[in-house]
Design a protein around this ligand. Structure first.
Ligand code: S3P
Length: 171
């Protein structure tokens, strides 16, 4: 048997709707919501963009691990939404599995592009050709999200009600 808590953890690429799905799930299931990015921003007193610019991505990744370790200590069930790159560290994948049911919100590159064009809060997409970067990262990350997920939900063309119902039915 796996050593796990009873949380629902939302993973997936930037723009896949983890934050919005998290808010709605939390409301529907009456469970507290925790967001690793917001957690880190509060702990550090800096935005994610500032952390990337001043301390670098590697330091941010370590902060994600430490956020997961703290979450493991919490009692009770919660909805946890995570940063899009968090499952890329093996240690983080192990922690995610211990935390509960891992949901992968799968999204197509075109949908990410449509949703995030003009957004300047994602340091990783501040490239000359964001679409190319989205495709490159998705190719790298999709197998990893998939490997660590208990359930995969395709989000393209669905509204949040459908997505939430699918998560509730399948967890
Ligand atoms: C990142 C995703 C972001 C945030 C940071 C890095 C990534 O979170 O953690 O900018 O590596 O994909 P969202 O997935 O909530 O945008």
């Amino acid at each position: 048997m796996r050593d796990r808590n009873n949380n629902i953890i939302l993973t997936g690429f930037m723009g896949s709707g983890k934050t919005t799905a998290g808010i709605r799930l939390s409301y529907r299931l009456r469970l507290p919501l925790l967001d690793t990015d917001k957690w880190i921003e509060k702990e550090e007193g800096r935005t994610i963009s500032e952390i990337f610019a001043l301390q670098g991505e590697e330091t941010f990744r370590k902060m994600e691990t430490s956020a997961l370790r703290t979450l493991l200590e919490l009692e009770g069930e919660q909805i946890i939404s995570t940063g899009g790159g968090l499952p890329m560290r093996e240690e983080n994948r192990e922690l995610l599995k211990k935390l509960g049911t891992v949901v992968f919100l799968r999204i197509k590159p075109e949908t990410v592009y449509e949703r995030l064009k003009g957004d300047n809060t994602r340091p990783l997409l501040k490239k000359a050709d964001p679409m190319k970067e989205i495709r490159r990262l998705l190719e790298l990350r999709n197998p990893v999200y998939q490997e660590c997920a208990d359930i995969t939900v395709d989000v393209d063309g669905k509204d949040f009600e459908e997505i939430i119902s699918e998560i509730i039915d399948r967890t």
